[in-house]
Every structure is written in structure tokens, then in C-alpha cells.
Design a protein around this ligand. Sequence first.
Ligand SMILES: [Zn+2]
Ligand SMILES: [Zn+2]
Length: 410
Amino acid sequence: MNELVVRAEKALDQDLCDHCLGRLFALVDTGLSNDERGRSLRMAVNLSRSLENQEPLLPHVRCSVCDEMFDMLPRFAAAVVEKLGTIEFETFLVGTRVDPIIMEREERLWGMVSQDKAETIKAEFNREIGKAVQALIPQEVEFATPDVVALVDTRFCHVELDISPLFVYGRYRKFSREIPQTRWPCNRCRGKGCSKCGGKGKMYQTSVQEFIGDPLQREAVGVDHFFHGMGREDIDARMLGNGRPFVLEVREPRKRRVDLLALQAEINEVGRERVEVEGLRFSSREEVRQIKNASPDKEYRVWVRLESKVNKEQLNEVVQSFKRIRITQQTPTRVSHRRADLAREREIKDLVLEELDGQVATLRVRTEAGTYVKELVHGDSGRTVPSLAGKLGIACVVEALDVIEIADQT
Ligand SMILES: [Zn+2]
Ligand SMILES: [Zn+2]
């Protein structure tokens, strides 16, 4: 007699439904569903028993593993569809929490019948509920990055949704020297509100993140937002030129079909003369990773007050000596409280004197990512070498700084 039929007969010492019987041999052939395989194995066992003049199997009444849970599939599917109906999504996946008692019974059965070809009841539930849901709604099952995972607790027919974040890419410009890139909670009260922050819970009234994230979160009906920028500029630096790439992440969005053109218009209207965005489009967690790993060259315009008069030729000569050189920067004193004290080498790609007006020089500088431009100018008490101040032999004070290009597109 067929080895498979022998093992099926042994398994049927206890009452099993077709699903639980067929699932024991799920990896033997993949063309059949578990219940189809279970049904044919049961028939094969009865056939072989009749050939050997044995009594047929007792009729199936109640499954000793799943308690006839598979009869509930349509109810689980309906509960999933109802819950999914409360949100917008294109792709979904079904997951299940199966009663631990059922999983224990399944493992005990594996102990009695060889389990090397078996599939877990959880895997079968996930797939079968997913198929039943798919038959009821137009959205597609997706395994890698579904918009939402519907988690069914099979004990209570309860469904929970795990909604994937919504990601939106764009570039921003910042025309203010008083707005940080990201939300900045008060460091004393951590957002609760105290005397230091005037009850606001934050150190700065607003941020680039809030200009973009607040309206996006409202449109997507989400619960919170996170800002992923391709680097950041100092609060007092404007961000001009082609703008800085970012991805805004909205957690638990109940809507995903946000009108990004209308949103962009609203952000630019509200942000007028402070923050502006362009090129908004839907993005992904993968792009967040790319943005965080990118290290494009940057170009800045910097206004420098020279402590004493320097003639233009002499200044130009020093400025030109910075073209294509490597400088060494010890972590600046102004950030050393939050960064490790390290010496880093960075390349200055270009330095150009644009204007000298009395004792104020306007310079354009192009550098490798991660260069501290203010320190390149004033020298940070000898922690950046060489520096403009060091080479000129006079103190240089940065009056203002703008980022004028993020060179990620070249
Ligand atoms: Zn069963
Ligand atoms: Zn506070």
C-alpha cells in the first residue's frame, strides 16, 4: 500500500477534517488545496480498507485539531472586509492569531505522524482567509509591502489593522533663518509644556516638518508624522536653489489617495516667504533609506565679516588656495555635546570670492557632504585646519549662510 495512505490512515486514528488531514502532507504536492488533498486521502484510505475487507473509517464529525474552525472562513473573511472598509488602500495581506491550544494539538499530531511534509494551520488560515477576502474586494493581496495587514484573532473573530505608513517625497526651500528643519520639542518638558517653552512644549514655534507634515497628516487622516531629510541645514541658514530632498512619513493613514498638487499649493500658500515645496509625489521606505544614505556635494553662499581691512588681491589669493584641497575638522565645539569628538577630512571643491564690500566678503563655497562651513571660515579655535581665518591671520565672523545647491541630481 502507498506510504502516504498508510500515514494518512495512522493520522485518522483521531477525527480530522479534510483541511487538517491534507495539511499534514501539504508539501507532497502543491497543485491541490489542503482540503482537496485531505478528501482524496480519506477516499484512498477507505478504498484500501475495503480491498482488505476492513471496516470503513468512522464518518467525520468534529475535527480534533481545529474544532471545525474552517467552517468559520466566510465569517472571518466578512469581518476582514468590514474592517478594511474603514480605510483606503490598494494592497493588503491577511495574518492570523490562532488559539495556542489549537497549535498545541497540531504539534501533538505532528509528534504521532511524521511532520516533514506538513504546513502550519496558521499558514493555511492566512492563505485561505486571504483568498476568501480577495474574492470579495477589488484590492490585491501583496506579500512584500502591503498597504495594510488585517490581523484576525480566530478565537474572537476580531480583526485589527496594521496600516503601513504613507511616504511622500519632495524638495523644500526655506527662506527663514528662524525655522528648524524638524519639530523641536522643549528639552525640559519634552513636549508637555512648561515655563521654559511658555507652555508650548517646543523650542521653536514651527518647523519645515510641521509646514509639510501637518497638512499631509490631516489629509491622510494619520496619527503622527516623521521627517527624513537628505541632511539638514542650521536653523539660521536659508535653504535655497534647487531645494533639499526629503520624504515625509505619515503613520497609520486612513486615506492614501491624497491630492498632492492641491496639498503642495496649500503648503506654499501657508508657508509663503518661509517654506516652499515642489515635486511632491508618493514614495517608499526604500527611498527613505536612499535619502538617508546619500551624501551629495553642497554649495553655499556665506557672508563673512573680516576683523580688519584686507585688500582684495590678497583675499583672492587666499580664497583661491582653498580650491580642491582637503581640510581636517575636529568636531565643532557647537555640536560636540551631541556628537563624538573626531577629526574628519573633507574636500573643499571650490571657493570663490563673489564680492568684497568694505569688510564684508561674499563667498561661494562647494564642499563634500559633511563639511562644517562656518568652521571652515572662522577656524573654530584651530580645530579646523586650514581655515580662512587661519590663512588670513585675522578673525573672520560668519554673518549669514545659505545653502544654494544640493548636488544630488548631477
Ligand atoms: Zn481541522
Ligand atoms: Zn517646556
